[in-house]
Ligand binder design. Sequence first.
Ligand SMILES: NC(=O)c1ccc[n+]([C@@H]2O[C@H](COP(=O)([O-])OP(=O)(O)OC[C@H]3O[C@@H](n4cnc5c(N)ncnc54)[C@H](OP(=O)(O)O)[C@@H]3O)[C@@H](O)[C@H]2O)c1
Length: 346
Amino acid sequence: MASEAAPGLGLVSPPWPRPQICPEVAYGSLSFSRCSPRSPQSSLSSSNWRIARSSSAKSRARSCYPGPCSRPVTRSRAWATITSGAVNSETLLGRFIKEIKQEEQSKIVVATKFAALPWRFGRGSVVKALKDSLERLNLSSVDLYQLHWPGIWGNEGYLDGLGDAVEQGLVKAVGVSNYKVDRLKRAHDQLKRRGVVLASNQVNYSLIYRKPEENSVKQACDDLGITLIAYSPIAQGILSGKYTPSNPPKGPRGGIYNAEFLSKLSPVLNKLKQLGEKYGKTSTQVALNWLVAQKNVVPIPGAKSAQQAIEIAGALGWNLTADEVEELRDIAKRVSPVVGFPVENL
Ligand SMILES: NC(=O)c1ccc[n+]([C@@H]2O[C@H](COP(=O)([O-])OP(=O)(O)OC[C@H]3O[C@@H](n4cnc5c(N)ncnc54)[C@H](OP(=O)(O)O)[C@@H]3O)[C@@H](O)[C@H]2O)c1
C-alpha cells in the first residue's frame, strides 16, 4: 500500500492535526490500579492491570472523557489508549464514544496496542487481536495500532501484521512501543519496503527519565520522521510535586519513588514550581511543556479524574524559553533516574 494511503503521525501532513499532548483519558480514568506487588514498570503482563469495575469507577471514567458534558480537555484531539488485555476499557471507551454527539465523535483519535504475548505468534495474530479490539470498541477502525513491546523471538511477523492491518483498512497508522534504535530502524525499513509508514514509537520519557535522549531513540525518531510518544511523562505523578519525602506515593510507586529519591528530587521539583509561578502554571503543566519543547514528542499523561485531565490541557498554548528548558534538563541530570521497563533494552 502506498504510504499516502497509510497516513501516520510520522507524516508531514497527517489527516488530523497532530496532537501536541494526549491525555490518556480512557486509561487513567478507568482507575487501573497496579496489582503487581513489584514495580509496575517491571511487569510484562497486562494481567497485572486491574480495572475498577464499580459504578463509581465507571462514572469517574466517563467524567474524564471529553464528552459533551465535560469541559474540553484538549484543544485539538482527545486521545484514548487502551492497554492490551484491558478488555473492559475498550468496551467502556466504545460505549462513551457512542454516547457523545456525532460531530464530537469525529474528533476522537483512538489508539490501542497489541501485546506480543507468548501465545500470540506471528503475522495473523496481529490482525486477529485488532479485530477483537475493534469489536469491543464498536468501531470499524482505529487511528493508531501499536506493538506494545518487542517480541522476544522475532518481530518480522508482527510487523507484517501491522502492514496487513493498514492494508485491510482496520487502522490508519501503525507504531511500536519500547523499541530501541536498531529495532526501530529495522521496523521502519521493513514497513517502508511495503509502503507503510512507521508512525510512532512509544517510550518512557520524562524530565527525570531521559533515556530516549541518551540511547539515541529520540534522535532516530527525529531522523526517520517517527513521532516519539512519551509515556509516564510526569513520572507517574511525581513531577506534579504533590509527593514529598514525608508524603511518598502509596502502593508500588512508593517502592520506586521513595522518601530518599524524593529528597534528591527536590531541586527539580522546586524549579518546576518556580517556573510554574512565573507562568501561572502548575508543576505538572511545566513538566509536560518541557517534553513538548523537545519537538516531535507527544506526551500521553494518564489522568485519573476530570480535574487532572483539565489541568493537563493547560500544558499547551505557552512555551518555556530555550534557556529554561536547558536549565531544567541540567538540574534533572543531577538526579539518577529510576529503573525503567526492562523490555526497552530487549
Ligand atoms: N508503552 C508502555 O509500555 C507503557 C508503560 C507505562 C505506561 N504507558 C502509558 O502511558 C500513560 C501514562 O503513563 P503513567 O500513567 O504511567 O504515568 P504519568 O502519565 O506520568 O502519571 C499519571 C499519574 O499521575 C497522576 N496525575 C495525573 N495528572 C495529574 C495532575 N494533573 N496532577 C497531579 N497528579 C496527576 C495520577 O496519579 P495519582 O493521582 O494517583 O498520583 C496519574 O495516574 C498510561 O496511560 C499508559 O497507557 C505505556
